[in-house]
Design a protein around this ligand. Structure first.
Ligand SMILES: Nc1ncnc2c1ncn2[C@@H]1O[C@H](COP(=O)(O)OP(=O)(O)O)[C@@H](O)[C@H]1O
Ligand SMILES: [Mg+2]
Length: 385
């Protein structure tokens, strides 16, 4: 397949969602000479702050999603919980990458896990649960402890519960079935660590991956990410191969972040996929010639894929609202006093606990050293008054 002609400079790229991922994508687009239009309900959202244009409205409204098509030559999304039907309708008017079909698969944990298995990825044993009877079957088939998750709508550990007994599982399912038709109940993996691989694939089928990042979560939210992951070459290779299989098999155009578990025996199990830039790829801004955001813009614009080599080991520490002191201030001067540390703030007004406000990145000679730098810069979590 031949690649289409590149998008002319000055063309407009549409982004569904005005969060920090949209913001960093818009900055990358601007650097490459493109304009951006962001769809978001909030004119003060991080994406809207840097985009050339805002379409103000809800992300799940077909009418506002369509309005974006009027202004953009190509569209992407930075948030998965957009209405896939509306994105499918949009796709009939303007190219959308990744496709609405891939979006639909990744929006639903049962569809997602089924697709991963079909494409040769291993997953933790799971069952779909829509009723009390389904749960009893799942309890027969699966080994405790279990993780119960809503099939749709969850992110940052929201909509899930870890359960150690059958009674706890019944209580969690009762509670979650009240908010969601379908749940996934899966075995809790005894984790050695978590990894992610970001794949980038263009319309002509060229595929590249970023070196696997190692991810530490706290309370279901990514806390620290570092690369290259401190794993054996076998594990790193397996993670890369599986991620590529998924990107190819799902006919990806754009970015796909594949999140994986490595268990105590060194098995690589796929957890979930996100068809967009990912929090675990923020270090690529400083550590790679082409960041994940620029890579996405290149793909949307029909430009050649960039170099994903890690020039140096890197680490990223998230700054949730929790890190703002009781005085409502972030100790920026102290953080930036650590050599080699870079700060990104997304421009969100209210620093609420659990809200992703920004991140710190450091590059160094080793992954250990990079992690140490970002953690030193971030310091102790302040006490919430
Ligand atoms: N089956 C599991 N075994 C072990 N840990 C899990 C399992 N499922 C989720 N987790 C933990 O919870 C985190 C968030 O779960 P995930 O499925 O990625 O949902 P989200 O969409 O909220 O990111 C994971 O990164 C992992 O730390
Ligand atoms: Mg996740």
């Amino acid at each position: 397949m031949n690649a289409p002609a590149p998008l002319p400079l000055g063309s407009t790229i549409g982004i569904l969602g005005g969060g920090q991922l949209g913001q960093m994508t818009a900055i990358a687009a601007r650097r490459l000479g493109y304009r951006t239009v962001v769809l978001d309900p909030d004119p003060a959202s991080p994406g809207a702050q840097v985009a050339d244009q805002l379409v103000q409205g809800p992300l799940d409204d077909p009418a506002t999603i369509e309005a974006l098509a009027q202004h953009a030559s190509v569209v992407t999304y930075e948030f998965e919980n957009v209405d896939a039907d509306a994105v499918a309708a949009l796709e009939r008017q303007v190219p959308v990458h990744p496709s609405s079909q891939l979006l639909r698969t990744s929006q639903h944990r049962i569809r997602e896990k089924t697709a991963i298995q079909r494409l040769g990825g291993d997953v933790a044993p799971f069952r779909a649960v829509s009723s009390a009877a389904d749960l009893e079957d799942a309890l027969q088939a699966l080994r405790l402890p279990l993780v119960v998750k809503t099939a749709t709508g969850g992110y940052d550990g929201k909509g899930q519960a870890v359960v150690a007994t059958a009674d706890e599982a019944r209580a969690a399912c009762d509670r979650l079935l009240a908010v969601s038709d379908t749940l996934i109940v899966e075995e809790q993996v005894s984790l050695a660590l978590e990894l992610s691989v970001i794949c980038a694939r263009d319309e002509a089928g060229h595929l590249t991956t970023y070196p696997a990042a190692e991810n530490r979560h706290v309370g279901g939210i990514l806390d620290v990410s570092s690369a290259p992951a401190r794993v054996s070459t076998d594990v790193a290779r397996r993670a890369d191969v599986v991620a590529r299989q998924l990107a190819e098999g799902l006919d990806l155009v754009g970015l796909l972040c594949v999140e994986m578990f490595v268990d105590q025996q060194g098995h690589v199990l796929v957890n979930e996929m996100a068809p967009r830039p990912h929090n675990s790829g923020h270090h690529t801004l400083e550590a790679c010639a082409t960041s994940q955001f620029e890579q996405l813009v290149r793909i949307l614009a029909g430009l050649p894929l960039g170099d994903t080599t890690l020039a140096r080991p890197a680490a990223m520490a998230n700054l949730l609202g929790d890190w703002w002191g009781p005085d409502g201030e972030l100790p920026v001067a102290r953080m930036l006093g650590v050599p080699g540390v870079v700060l990104h703030l997304y421009g969100k007004a209210a620093a609420r606990p659990g809200r992703k406000m920004g991140h710190l990145t450091a590059v160094a000679n080793t992954t250990d050293e990079a992690v140490e730098r970002v953690l030193t810069a971030r310091g102790e979590r302040p006490a919430i008054p």
